[in-house]
Design a protein around this ligand. Structure first.
Ligand code: NDP
Ligand code: BG6
Length: 496
């Protein structure tokens, strides 16, 4: 649904192609695109192919096979007759599948809703009434936004729950498909060393950061009605927070994990205006690109005088025995100095210091992107004839340690999860409700008071007040740590 749209073109079709290419789904799977535009499959693919890389003649051949597995149906999003026509097309396509190896008469249907939220309701209703199968499973993938506050999200959830069972619904948060986000479970619960220090006695603060080096780039229309808190913080960053902070699940199964995530969210206080720093980028006169010289409100798709934040820092509090008093800083912004998503766990100072204040705080950093890595910043003796201290790191950099590994794209993993019926990395209804409970009062307050965000230059680290706020709330930054990029293995040991 929404086959002609941007998300479908740039993400979903390329992902479907990848999983088809890699033989991860049955070759007889048929992909039925549905949208309002009058398109042929060839037209549809003319839009998709620029986002697809074909590396060999074999791949080009296979891509043609993939195209042949595609069908396009044009129709409205609110007319039962159009959905009946879609259902008839799908039933026709399934005609041959009953006698195959897939089992007598069995045919599963996976619906992907890559649609604007305005048509979620009628489309899901018509899918339920006209297109669901009783010859196999039905699964529905839903893309954000899942509402814009607690009330609208609850209304959407009530609507969906009236149509589908929880196990049929897959709410996508693509950050849950990222390698290092998935790795959190193993790092935390598969190692003895982290468990005993993962608490308020040892952790000073936690920072979850998302930075992008570009602005809204013509997407200002959508962005302006949501803002960075709804776009990134309330979903991607909060999902990461809950995986970092939750208790150990009883099993690594979807329901047990999601139970723990909900529990920790329930311990979170609702955010208030004094817990946040908001920013909006302005043009940087020294910017090297034309884009960077323009501010958010210079984007013609953004309403003049908009006070929508493009940067936000929030201090979240978790009132439970493990985390009471430990600030969890969620930071996100557009048009910043770099692309980066990371989790930084900063430990408390060493008690009873005997090194005249030379020890810097230990940090465990889990870099989600770019360049997956886990590193622990810690103190060591400066090598040689000295007894000075030095900051160094234990470093697991994926490109060094896992040279051959191919890390699939988040969408690829998540869509495969849906095919195989695993809901571990999808957002459950009660989880979403809790996420909105934490953010709704703040969002309403920002909007009612028309809070003016702090300006920051395109390409900077965001408003200086955000750093000051972290420091005032317990984060320490010394700027003394220097990372020396490792050379090759031979180079590292070659100083005889
Ligand atoms: P730093 O101590 O240098 O930085 C810590 C944090 O402080 C960062 O999150 C940084 O980024 C933020 N910061 C920067 N300036 C200020 C400031 N003036 N006030 C407050 N905060 C500030 O350590 P890092 O862990 O960031 O490491 C430094 C570099 O080394 C990074 O580029 C890192 O990727 C690299 N490194 C790479 C490794 C690997 O690839 N395996 C291993 C270890 C290090 P922000 O702008 O987000 O706030
Ligand atoms: C999306 C946001 O959910 O995530 C975008 O709507 C953002 O604004 C994107 O750019 C970032 O995703 P990634 O995977 O590129 O970090």
């Amino acid at each position: 649904m929404g086959a002609s749209g941007d998300l479908a073109k740039k993400k979903i079709y390329p992902t479907l192609w990848t999983i088809f290419r890699d033989d991860l789904i049955p070759r007889k799977t048929v992909f039925v695109g549905y949208a309002r535009s009058a398109l042929s499959v060839a037209d549809l693919f003319a839009g998709i192919t620029p986002y697809i890389r074909l590396d060999s003649e074999d791949e080009r051949q296979l891509f043609e096979d993939f195209q042949r597995q595609n069908v396009y149906v044009q129709g409205s999003y609110d007319q039962a007759a159009d959905f009946a026509r879609l259902a008839a097309t799908v039933a026709d396509l399934e005609g041959g599948s009953g006698s195959g190896s897939g089992g007598e008469g069995r045919a599963n249907r996976l619906f992907y809703l890559a649609l604007p939220p305005t048509v979620f309701a009628p489309v899901t209703k018509l899918i339920k009434e006209q297109v669901m199968t009783d010859r196999g499973w039905n699964r529905v993938i839903i893309e954000k936004p899942f509402g814009r506050d607690a009330a609208s999200s609850a209304a959407l959830s009530a609507h969906l729950s009236g149509l589908f069972r929880e196990e049929e619904m897959y709410r996508i948060d693509h950050y849950l498909g990222k390698e290092m986000v998935q790795n959190l479970m193993i790092l935390r619960f598969g190692n003895r060393i982290f468990g005993p220090i993962w608490n308020r006695e040892n952790v000073a603060c936690v920072q979850v950061t998302f930075k992008e080096p570009f602005g809204t780039q013509g997407r200002g229309g959508y962005f302006d009605t949501f803002g960075i808190i709804r776009d990134v913080m309330q979903n991607h960053l909060l999902q990461i927070l809950s995986l970092v902070a939750m208790e150990k699940p009883v099993t690594p199964n979807a329901e047990d994990i999601r139970d723990e995530k909900v529990k920790v969210l329930k311990c979170m206080k609702e955010l208030k205006l004094e817990d946040v720093v908001l920013g909006q980028y302005i043009g940087n006169p020294k910017g090297k690109t034309e884009d960077s010289q323009l501010g958010y409100t210079d984007d013609p798709t953004v309403p003049a005088g908009s006070v929508t934040p493009t940067f936000a820092l929030a201090k979240c509090s978790i009132s439970n025995e493990r985390w009471d008093g430990v600030p969890f800083f969620l930071r996100c912004g557009k048009a910043l100095n770099e692309r980066k998503a990371e989790i930084r766990i900063q430990f408390r100072d060493v008690a009873g210091d005997i090194f005249a204040g030379q020890c810097q705080r230990n940090e465990l950093v889990i870099r989600v992107q770019p360049g997956e890595a886990v590193y622990v910043k810690f103190m060591t003796k400066e090598p040689g004839m000295t007894f000075r201290l030095e900051e160094t790191e234990l470093d697991l950099t994926y490109t060094n340690r896992y040279k051959e590994a191919i890390l699939p794209d988040a969408y690829e993993r998540l869509i495969m999860d849906v095919f195989s019926g695993s809901q571990m990395h999808f957002v459950r209804t009660d989880e979403l409700r809790e996420a909105w409970r934490v953010f709704t009062p703040l969002l309403h307050e920002i909007e009612e008071k028309k809070v003016v965000p702090l300006p920051y230059y395109y390409g900077s680290r965001g408003p200086r007040q955000a750093d000051d706020f972290c420091v005032a709330n317990g984060y320490k930054f010394t700027g003394t740590y220097q990372w020396k990029k490792p050379t090759t293995a031979a180079g590292a040991g070659g100083n005889s």
